[in-house]
Design a protein around this ligand. Structure first.
Ligand SMILES: Nc1ncnc2c1ncn2[C@@H]1O[C@H](COP(=O)(O)OP(=O)(O)OP(=O)(O)O)[C@@H](O)[C@H]1O
Ligand SMILES: [Mg+2]
Length: 422
């Protein structure tokens, strides 16, 4: 019997392909399809697109997420033309402690890819600005972070010469809606579009023509799957990031949040039920980036940030707050592998992202390696906070805190999993 909870990065990606192939070809047709869907769904890398009007702070936000200057920031519209993409770690309460308990050499956090694209001008669907060709970048994303300018600064150019968060956000939403409508109509004209796909697209077209995003059409899981490859933009949940100045981000926070909520709740071409909003201040984050750690803490202190109970100054910064907000928006959870695996077999503790209620023990095995998926015997499962009350995985097991589960066990958020296989 082997035990496995972690694998190296290169093995991991090839393992996913391996599992995909095996499921697709070894099972009967109907089962193969279900298996393929499941593996695609759980394996797909999570990607978020940052969009908004030109010159509103998209690249500044991208740099704040990366905590370094990866994208060019400048005070003129259409500074960004080619997309910037970077993986950003999801902040994790337990990972470092679990790595310490397992004596791992590496503790690898879960990550989300963020893509900063060119600004979307009003009338982009008619070819204004850079047009909307670059929207293809966003079609591959699972969610959107929509940056809305909510700061006043006469020195920073606004494409319309005035700051109006409500109008700005609605203008971008309208462009997304028009881009989807054109995409759907083109597809419906084709004779190859039939059955469930046609029905789903007709429902979406009806929705779009009423000025509503496709995500309110209430499509079933299989209808959504039939149009998945189109990457419709208005199907993606949106996190509105109101980019405010230092005052609104810090001691004027309560009022700024109230204003943001009002805009969010009255927003055109949006869906309040699936979407969320938050405050960011790219100005604060840009100030921080030029400082030493000590100076950063002093600066945050000077801002007299109005933090709610349970919040911390640092927790409000984009690299902490936004990945967490995305997890909640997309309904993603984290599970861990590594602890319990003999050190000579694995030296990595790893966090894995998965859709809440959407990953089985065998699914996790498949992510690690095809052989582990095939030879799966059982999974030993323990919640991370419970495991961390013990000095080792073995002692947690001796204390009766580790459960044994089978292939079909559905993982819960924060669980540490040790897979036994032959
Ligand atoms: N909260 C803020 N307060 C004041 N200035 C800001 C704020 N956020 C961003 N800026 C400034 O706005 C300008 C545009 O920023 P940035 O280049 O990040 O925008 P962008 O949306 O990526 O633009 P583009 O669409 O041209 O790529 C920069 O000068 C930046 O310093
Ligand atoms: Mg930019």
């Amino acid at each position: 019997m082997n035990t496995c909870g972690a694998w190296s990065e290169s093995t991991l990606s090839s393992a996913a392909t391996l599992t995909y192939t095996r499921i697709a070809f070894s099972a009967p047709a109907a089962q193969a399809d279900v298996g393929r869907r499941r593996v695609c769904k759980i394996w797909a890398k999570v990607r978020v697109g940052i969009l908004g009007l030109p010159n509103v702070g998209k690249s500044s936000l991208f740099n704040a997420l990366a905590e370094k200057s990866l994208a060019q920031v400048a005070n003129f519209p259409f500074c960004t033309i080619e997309a910037n993409v970077a993986p950003i770690a999801v902040p994790d309460l337990h990972l470092q402690s679990l790595g310490g308990l397992a004596l791992s050499r590496r503790a690898v956090p879960a990550s989300i890819d963020w893509a900063d694209v060119a600004g979307l001008a009003r009338g982009a669907s008619r070819g204004e600005g850079l047009g909307n060709r670059f929207l293809a970048e966003l079609r591959e994303c699972q969610a959107l972070a929509h940056v809305v300018r909510a700061f006043e600064d006469d020195n920073v150019v606004h494409v319309d010469g005035k700051v109006d968060p409500s109008e700005d956000a609605a203008a971008v939403n309208l462009e997304l809606l028009l881009a989807d409508l054109a995409h759907v109509e083109r597809r419906l004209e084709r004779s190859t579009c039939k059955g469930e796909e046609r029905e789903a697209l007709e429902a979406v077209a009806g929705c779009l023509m009423e000025g509503k995003p496709a995500r309110v059409a209430g499509l079933s899981a299989s209808a959504l799957f039939s149009i998945k490859s189109m990457g419709l933009l208005t199907l993606k949940p949106v996190l509105y990031c109101f980019n405010v100045d230092e005052v609104d981000f810090a001691y004027g926070r309560e009022e700024a949040l109230t204003r943001a909520r009002e805009v969010f709740e009255a927003l055109d071409f949006s869906d309040r039920a699936t979407d969320r909003f938050t405050l960011v201040s790219c100005k604060v984050e840009a100030e921080m980036s030029a400082k030493t750690r000590r100076e950063q803490l002093d600066y945050l202190q000077d801002l007299q940030l109005d933090v709610a109970p349970g919040e911390s100054l640092e927790g409000l910064l984009s690299h902490n707050a936004l990945p967490k907000a995305m997890l909640s928006l997309l309904g993603l959870s984290i599970a861990y592998t590594g602890p319990g695996v003999p050190q000579e077999k694995s030296r990595t503790t790893r966090a894995h992202l998965f859709p809440a209620g959407g990953l089985t023990a065998e699914g996790l095995a498949g992510r690690i390696h095809g052989d582990i998926y095939k030879g799966f015997l059982k999974a030993e499962v323990v919640p991370a906070p419970v495991l961390l009350e013990h000095p080792t995985f073995a002692s947690a097991k001796d204390a009766g805190c580790v459960r044994t589960e089978g292939r079909e066990y559905t993982l819960e958020s924060g669980e540490v999993v040790l897979i036994k296989w032959k």
